[in-house]
Design a binder for this molecule. Sequence first.
Ligand code: PMP
Length: 441
Amino acid sequence: MTKELDHGRTNAAQGSRIDAYVDRYAARAAGMVASEIRALFAVASRPEVVSLAGGMPYVTALPLDLVGELVADLVATRGSVALQYGSGQGDLALREQICEVMRMEGIEAGPDDVVVTVGSQQALDLITRIFIDPGDVVLAEGPSYVGALGTFSAYQAKVVHIAMDDHGLIPESLEETISAVQAAGERIKFLYTIPTFQNPAGVTLNEVRRRQVLEICRRAGVLVVEDNPYGLLGFDREPLRAMRADDPEGVVYLGSFSKTLAPGFRVGWALAPHAVRQKLVLAMESAVLSHSSFTQLAVGQYLATQPWREQIKSFRELYRERRDAMLAALDVLMPPGCTWTRPGGGFFVWATLPEGLDSKAMLPRAVAERVAFVPGTGFYTDGDGKRHMRLSYCYPEPDRIREGVRRLAGVVEQELQLRDTFGTGSMPGHVGVDTPGPDLA
Ligand code: PMP
């Protein structure tokens, strides 16, 4: 046995955390690091902790018995198709249904331009794989979705953040950044944006800005990747028109059934200009051969036989009640100097702490007080976000949300007292628990 192998075995036998393979990973593995949310998973899932951290949809609200019957019926009547390999592009009938779903956001598209993916997360992976060479620039809102940032970093992209305000990303900032990056001789491959009910900021790009952003990107030759898993979950109005509806050639649109049905099916999709769509199918086949026929047909069956529009409406009502509970509690309980966004849909509130406070340093104290959130730094690649945190209201019941905010407000009060006494709140320390488990992105 070589010394090296022996070393690996000894580590395994002792359950050591030392990585015997560290010298052998590809360079891109250096970008694969656990997100802040993953590190939180173990603590936040303890029952005594009110988790305002994860972005888990409230699937318990689904008619689970009906879904069970539908799945049983699917296997009994179409098992030979459902349990077989499928096409790399995805089931045709489902792609037609997806076009019907997208029509609610003004998108006119045919099934030939749709690729079904393993959640929209896989669509993000495939798009990045197709477009990014190490060092290429991806523009993304600051803050942006942690799962997308992880994918970009795994492909060694350089992420440049674009500033946002309460109306989404700021067109002037986009224009300036594009000029600066191009003047520095760097290649921008795409703008990644979540225009509607953004994760994590909860804000929505208004209609005027949508047109401006499309125009700026068209002029600069920058592809837009529009990630829209929350678009149908608006609380106060009908769905906004997707950016893709106004620029079929300049936008790749990503959609998902994770929030409007259930993430466990892992069914999402990409709608792309024709040539990109062809590359996506090839990339899809090299990644997984074909998506699960079983879950695609189950989703198709659900859409064909269940009142899915009504289900989305009831999700909207459920999440609206939780959003209201969170905003009302924040209004009453948070100390002066804290601010937060007021989302019109989706799952998240983005809160800003007073000057001198650091949300990550504050987290151990919060967990000790049995409340969890995600520190803002996880949503940036450049260390920004210290004074921010993401609070999600999608999963806990309204009473738990109120209790969570009450605990959180108490922690912020304590931090302010520390700051006023010592000039700073809690000092940064180790927060994470390195544990396996899904990112609650
Ligand atoms: N994009 C955004 C903005 C998300 O918030 C998420 C999940 N939280 C995803 C993509 C991935 O979702 P899925 O793979 O379940 O479709």
